[in-house]
Design a protein around this ligand. Structure first.
Ligand code: SF4
Length: 370
């Protein structure tokens, strides 16, 4: 079992808070498409013929590509990899790029999951984030996606915005619930180093971000989603039962994946590779960095990724796959955290409750090897 991630590094314009690799110009699109096809062919053996169960087009703005462009990429993927007929194929999309005709064509290409970057249903939030779309686009596009036949839909929302208060965040969540879609990814606004927003805040030209607002909104989020029967399966992800993103879940379960396109990461079980943030000018993507993971790094990654999920750390798995040394160490480190009620244990699982999850990164650090 394996996954494919394809990074599409183009956007209509750059959002102020963005930390992803993308450029606000389509000038290099031809080069990108050609080098991507070559890269698919060059790296066909990376997954050792494993059947591909998930394909994910992320970005950037994948929905900026035309149907013909997406079709040629998907055709190349099918020609190169053993893609399961039941594979989950996700495309990230921005509301202002979606029409009914485009969405219907996506369905015909076999794309069966849509992840829409709504971020907020309110114009003051969208303007603060300098998104291209407005609240009308945000509200309309979900209906269009459903009309086109999409059932497996995720909406992204951002909380902790200085333009929003608890009441507006509640109304954002109510609007999400009214849309009746099965998946929500909700992220706290973070200030990326060198982002436009970080600079504007530093210069006092826009409202600063307050951590307490994010904590307040996170509590509202967890409560509301639980009340409506959503499963909180990862720190930022909520779904109706059985509707989790299979692609993202496979990252947390250590399933190998191949990342294609600028800045994409790959993992084969023992090493990580990542492509440089460069749109290849020649028809090849050779700018790879390789890191072979030590047993200690594999342990740290497992702890970090799994503590962010509802499955938590599986102690039986750790003992079997990593050995007594890591198992004993993990238990020793966990003991004081459990006593302080910062970490929970049931049977062979170490996990974080909703309240504890706010501090997931710090708690993971206390369990790390180094
Ligand atoms: S649409 Fe997404 S990837 Fe593009 S600039 Fe905005 S946040 Fe970044």
């Amino acid at each position: 079992m394996a996954g494919l991630y394809l990074h599409v590094p183009f956007c209509k314009s750059k959002c102020a808070y963005c930390g992803f690799y993308s450029v606000a110009s389509l000038k290099r699109k031809g080069d990108y498409l050609e080098s991507l096809k070559q890269e698919i062919i060059q790296r066909k053996d990376y997954l050792h013929g494993e059947p591909v169960h998930t394909v994910y087009f992320g970005g950037g703005t994948p929905s900026i590509l035309s149907i013909d462009e997406l079709k040629s990429i998907i055709t190349q993927l099918h020609d190169t990899f053993d893609i399961d007929p039941q594979a989950e194929i996700t495309l990230e999309a921005n509301p202002d790029t979606l029409s009914l005709e485009y969405l219907e064509s996506l369905r015909q290409l076999g794309i069966n999951r849509l992840s829409i970057g709504i971020q907020s249903f309110f114009d003051n939030d969208l303007q603060y984030l300098s998104r291209k779309h407005n609240s009308a686009h945000a509200r309309e596009c979900v209906g269009l996606a459903k009309k086109a036949g999409f059932e497996n839909i995720n909406l992204d929302l951002i909380y902790g915005l200085p333009t929003s208060d608890a009441d507006q965040w509640n109304r954002n969540l109510d609007l999400f619930l009214e849309m009746d879609v099965p998946h929500l990814s909700a992220y706290a606004l973070t200030l990326e180093p060198n982002s436009i927003l970080t600079k504007l805040i530093e210069q006092g030209k826009t409202a600063p971000v307050n951590e307490e607002d994010a904590v307040r909104d996170y509590e509202i989020l967890c409560q509301k989603m639980a009340q409506h029967g959503f499963v909180h399966y990862e720190i930022s992800n909520f779904c109706k039962p059985q509707m989790q993103s299979r692609h993202n879940t496979s990252y947390w379960f250590g399933i190998p994946y191949l990342g294609l396109g600028p800045s994409a990461h790959s993992y084969d079980g023992t090493s990580r590779q990542w492509n440089n943030n460069v749109i290849a000018s020649e028809a090849k993507q050779t700018n790879l960095t390789l890191e072979t993971l030590s047993p200690e790094q594999i342990y740290d990654e497992y702890v970090m990724l799994r503590l962010r999920t509802m499955w938590g750390i599986d102690l039986k798995y750790m003992r079997r796959e990593m050995g007594e040394r890591f198992y004993d160490y993990c238990l020793r480190q966990a003991e004081p955290l459990i006593a302080q009620k910062r970490l929970s244990r049931t049977g062979d699982s170490l996990y974080l409750t909703d309240e504890q999850m706010l501090f997931a990164d710090g708690i993971a650090e206390e369990l790390f090897w180094a």
